[in-house]
Design a protein around this ligand. Structure first.
Ligand SMILES: Nc1ncnc2c1ncn2[C@@H]1O[C@H](COP(=O)(O)OP(=O)(O)O)[C@@H](O)[C@H]1O
Ligand SMILES: [Mg+2]
Length: 220
């Protein structure tokens, strides 16, 4: 489903300055896999995820998603692919602060022009699945970190995209809330979703089918 070959990413934060964040990374992820990308802070994990998630593009190398050459696509084609194929779960939750839990979970369905009645039903089921059916009217600030991450998972459930990209999803959570988020990611995987988990936590990584270790922008 994801095929990456000799991927390089160079940032140029200012004139004459260059940071090589990825240095010839090759990897594949098959449909239905649960893969952990593990590495220390600054090793290039988020850079890799941003490229896999079509949020950024590589400097050099190849990326095929579902057989499609991503480097050839326009930014509107990239956002269509993101909306159809990928759900993101971030360390900082990335919920919209002025929208309720239910409205946040509903957003991907609005982008996809799903009719309102169907949206409400889908969101209700997604919030139930993460145990937040009584919290739909709450704003993110009125929820704990663990609950906010469960809203992000409900948003992914509602969106029903085939790929879940989770970047340090438990990084801001206590161990109990983190364990519950990990359990929900595994449940999503059992229902057929392909999960790419980015983490520096070896324990969480070991629950994945496969671990890909990255160090200084290279796969070990
Ligand atoms: N937008 C950016 N501009 C310049 N350098 C960046 C940028 N994003 C990341 N980097 C650098 O690229 C390297 C990899 O960063 P990152 O992918 O965020 O690693 P990780 O997620 O593993 O902590 C680091 O040296 C970081 O400082
Ligand atoms: Mg990171």
């Amino acid at each position: 489903m994801i095929r990456i070959k000799e991927l390089t990413k160079i940032y140029s934060p200012s004139a004459g300055q260059q940071v090589k964040a990825l240095d010839g990374v090759s990897m594949e992820v098959r449909e239905g896999e649960f893969v952990a990308i593990v590495g220390a802070s600054g090793s290039g994990k988020t850079t890799l995820m941003n490229i896999i998630g079509c949020l950024d593009t590589q400097t050099d190398g190849e990326y095929f998603l579902d057989g499609e050459d991503i480097s050839q696509l326009s930014s509107s084609q990239l956002s269509r692919i993101r909306s159809e194929k990928i759900s993101f779960i971030f360390q900082g939750f990335n919920l919209i602060p002025t929208l309720t839990a239910a409205e946040n979970a509903e957003l991907p369905l609005i982008y996809r022009r799903i009719p309102a009645a169907k949206r409400r039903e889908t969101v209700m089921r997604a919030l139930e699945a993460v145990g937040l059916e009584k919290r739909g009217d709450h704003l993110p600030a009125e929820l704990s970190g663990g609950q906010q991450q469960r809203v992000a998972i409900a948003r992914a459930l509602a969106a029903d995209a085939p790929i879940i990209l989770a970047d340090e999803p438990c990084g801001n959570l206590d161990s109990r809330a983190g364990a519950s988020v990990m359990e929900m990611l595994h449940e999503l995987n059992r229902t057929g979703k392909t999960v790419v988990l980015i983490t520096h936590d070896n324990g969480a990584a070991l629950t994945a089918h496969r671990q890909v270790r990255i160090s200084d922008g290279r796969i070990m």
